[in-house]
Design a protein around this ligand. Structure first.
Ligand code: 5AD
Ligand code: SF4
Length: 518
């Protein structure tokens, strides 16, 4: 739409951009984006809003008063997909009611369901104006213009670089989103696990060039972001081009990002065990900003199942990787994903999984019943009865809950660096995250939001830890985050008394860590 021409009442022509900007000044259009599924969709939703902002769209928190509603969808399991069709049913009612009031509401479906089921959506939900896949949402302004005349489905894998075409968020928009942010570093996956739709919906693995990622992170830091999570479907397969023209590994990229003033915490997700290379493991040893927390999905503890899932590793390989990471960073905590009820899974396989869970001692984990996805190899295998899946999921979740409760319990009385990122539910309360992403509500002034402070854990309730602020020595308070980081304010945890927080070994001091080799 930008740069197109339209005729004014007198018949002369002006750039439509000027007219539209003037219209937007008086009546901004309201945009409601609802994200389903993974962090990648949260990131994409923000980028869609950024791309629509120059077109005059202002975000609203409710679908009820929106002119444009975008559902950014997830296709990973069948129930995720079903949710989208239910949501679309509700939006039909909303759109019809708005039409009776003389208001046009545009409904767009984006994300992985759009990619996988574009035609099906058009058939089942006639009130959808636009279907746009995850590789073409940078074209939203032009697609919306076309959708004014007739329904549009765009699920092409674009030849141009989507990231180059996207509009950067304004400083204001970044500030509103808080002190933590996601940055996509790679998309797609070449692993082809037999249960997974990602290689089909998101396509082959593509890594962004390092300097573009660094520029995006620096912009975020400049607008007040303190913690960046690098995201990608197979993030540790990252191999983007570095400024030296060579492929950079994720470990190398993390080193570069840790140098950006203001960035005090780094994370990355989601990783494949096979891609935990030496450089990445060493980054856990060498970078204080890299949080001692890793989401490393294993899916199953049974070699038979891992083989059937095409995971390219055994349970022993996985445990060896965990051990190497613990040697590099003794206070590291792990989370994982598990699938139960995969075709052919027996009670013995289930026992292998339960054993692996106990052996690793996870800080928490996600678990799912296997959901056959059309077009994936496992969907054609003989399926287990629903009752078996259900019963195994219960047992698995009980085992994970026990591990998580034990992990949280071991945090009682200890002191952690907490990055405060929002106000709490109570007056005078703020909430932050420990290095392990556990939420911690603390009674403290809102001026501390965006800062890291030591908190002593005094109580545990469900998934939340409660704590009190440990007072900082006066010089730290006046420091900028980068100065504080250089001064080691975000530090490894204090060497702790027994019982150990982490399975296997006690945390060591910084000095001892530096001497370790992998
Ligand atoms: N059924 C159940 N769980 C799945 N996942 C991916 N595909 C499926 C499926 N077909 C889970 C995996 C993955 C997480 C994001 O979702 O555990 O790590
Ligand atoms: Fe899916 Fe992850 Fe396997 Fe890739 S590595 S196919 S994204 S489960």
């Amino acid at each position: 739409m930008t740069g197109a021409w339209r005729r004014d009442a007198a018949g002369s022509r002006e750039p439509s951009e000027t007219l539209e900007k003037a219209e937007h000044l008086t009546s901004p259009r309201k945009l409601y984006v609802k994200s389903f599924g993974c962090q990648m969709n949260v990131y994409d939703s923000h980028r869609m809003a950024d791309t629509l902002a120059p077109e005059g769209y202002v975000e609203t928190a409710s679908a009820d008063d929106a002119d444009l509603i975008v559902l950014n969808t997830c296709h990973i399991r069948e129930n995720a997909t079903q949710k989208i069709y239910s949501e679309l049913g509700r939006l039909r009612t909303l759109k019809d009611a708005a039409a009776l009031d003389g208001r046009r509401v545009t409904v767009a479906v984006a994300g992985c369901v759009a990619q996988a089921e574009g035609k099906e959506i058009s058939r089942r939900a006639k009130h959808v104006d636009l279907v746009v896949g995850p590789q073409s949402y940078h074209r939203l302004p032009a697609l919306l213009k076309r959708a004014e005349a007739r329904r549009v489905v765009d699920t092409e894998f674009a030849v141009e670089d989507k990231f180059d075409a996207l509009v950067a968020p304004s400083r204001d928009a970044t500030r509103k989103r808080g002190v933590t942010a996601f940055v996509t570093v790679q998309e797609g996956c070449d692993k082809f696990c037999t249960f997974c739709v990602v290689p089909y919906t998101r396509g082959v693995e593509v890594s962004r060039p390092a300097d573009k990622i660094v520029a995006e992170a620096a912009r975020l830091a400049d607008a007040g972001v303190r913690e960046i999570t690098l995201i990608g479907q197979n993030v540790n397969a990252y191999h983007g081009e570095g400024p030296d023209g060579r492929a950079w590994s994720l470990g190398r990229l993390l080193h570069r990002l840790a140098d950006i003033p203001g960035i005090v915490r780094l994370r990355y997700t989601t990783s494949h065990p096979r891609d935990m290379d030496d450089e990445l493991i060493a980054a856990h040893r060498d970078l204080p900003a890299l949080m001692p927390h890793l989401h490393l999905p294993v899916q199953s503890g049974s070699d038979r199942m891992l083989e059937a899932m095409n995971r390219h590793h055994t349970a022993a390989d996985y445990l060896k990787t965990i051990e190497r990471l613990r040697a590099a960073r003794p206070d590291i905590g792990f989370t994982s994903d598990f699938i139960v009820g995969f075709p052919g899974e027996t009670e013995d396989d289930m026992q292998d999984t339960l054993r692996l869970i106990a052996e690793v001692g996870y800080a928490s984990a996600y678990s799912f019943k296997y959901s056959p996805r059309p077009g994936t190899p496992a969907a054609d295998m003989e399926q287990l009865p629903e009752a078996v899946k259900h019963e195994r999921l219960q047992r698995l979740q009980d085992a994970i809950d026990r591990e998580q409760a034990a992990f949280n319990e071991r945090c009682r009385g200890r002191s952690f660096d907490v990055l405060f990122d929002k106000s709490g539910r109570l007056d005078g309360q703020i909430v932050g995250r420990t290095p392990y992403l556990q939420p911690v509500p603390v009674m403290a002034p809102a001026t501390l939001i965006g800062e890291i402070h030591k908190v002593t854990i005094t109580d545990i309730d469900g998934y939340s830890l409660f704590g009190t602020l440990s007072s900082l020595p006066p010089p730290e308070r006046g420091r900028s985050p980068s100065e504080a980081r250089r001064a080691g304010v975000e530090d490894r945890h204090d060497p702790l008394p027994t019982p150990p927080l982490f399975k296997g070994r006690e945390p060591t001091t910084d000095a001892a860590l530096k001497e370790k080799t992998i």
